[in-house]
Ligand binder design. Sequence first.
Ligand code: ADP
Ligand code: MG
Length: 371
Amino acid sequence: MRKGKPRLGASSRPSAGTALLLSLLLFLLPACRNAQTPSRTQTRYLFDTVIKITVYDPFDDGYYKRAGRQRPDLDQALAGAMNLCQNYETLFSRTIEGSDVWRLNHAGGQPVEISSDTAELLRTCLFYGEKTDGAFDVTIAPASLLWDFHADSPALPDPTALAEAAARVDFRQVSAEGNRVCLRQGAMVDLGGAAKGYIADKTAAYLREQGVEAFLLNFGGNLLAAGGKAEKRLTAPEDLEPFSIGVRDPFGAASSLAASVQLSDGSVVTSGTYERYFELDGRRYHHILNPADGRPVENGLESVTVFSSQSADGDILSTSCFVLGPEKGMALIESLPGVEALFLLADGSRLCSSGATLTGEPGKLQIQPEG
Ligand code: ADP
Ligand code: MG
């Protein structure tokens, strides 16, 4: 029999000196580990949510020498990434005066010259507007601005005003030619259902340009993973371990998980009834709206999580599927190569797309996207 490690029992209580040494070691341990796999994390409030960027530099000198590359400057990359996000907020925000979206919404039907980023995102939104037959509608703004999910004493919008607003929601009222965009009088744009995903993709591209190969972006539950993580310095990217990513249990506390998935590269985006809502007279009113009547969607779904390579697609698709409902939503996912989804329903059932399997409670999710 192997001898067990000595254990600290009542008879071997440490002396004050040993205790001090132990606590010093415990204090130093995380610092040592940091020295082995440097990482930097920054959190900021942007896009009406908390965004968190973590960048890693898990490789040893040999790796960079062999690849003929410079070790990335994590501080510089992180600062640049945050700057980029800040700049996108000043383009896409509906409320920041002078933003592209603000200028579009205040143009009174006149054409407006916007940045190529905003035009690109708008075109993607219009593409999905067609694809979802208007379930995803980037002109949801007249309706969405009548719902205040931050109010101290929330109230329902006036029904007549909401019906009038919903009548103005129609993505076909947007015409775009290059960067010149025109909204028909009365139409307004809200990029809230797509912007975080788009910005995550752009941030990822920027970090890669800076030589950062492993990072995790969390933009208010909109996740984008690259590379993986490491406990100690590695010689090659193949040795990185996947990130463990949780999908929240819609019925539990913020920290309780319905599923977890191991993911090295890719995007995971969830749209749920618990992301932004208020409760009134025992009913929950959340922020994903039916473009037909401007009211929160009620179709038995509690959350939709989409796995894709591009986060812009994932963000738009999670909102879209939520509006489309379990059947049409899953049919849309199945029609798209390389995209998988997990739908959690109010009755406790869980639906997976054909390239995803969920086992156990809480579920372990395996993704094998085809295509
Ligand atoms: P979150 O912002 O919590 O990540 P979503 O990505 O699902 O959640 O986006 C919800 C946001 O999208 C709303 O706050 C609103 O700005 C906008 N939105 C709501 N309903 C729709 C819709 N049917 N089509 C497009 N955008 C929508
Ligand atoms: Mg979305």
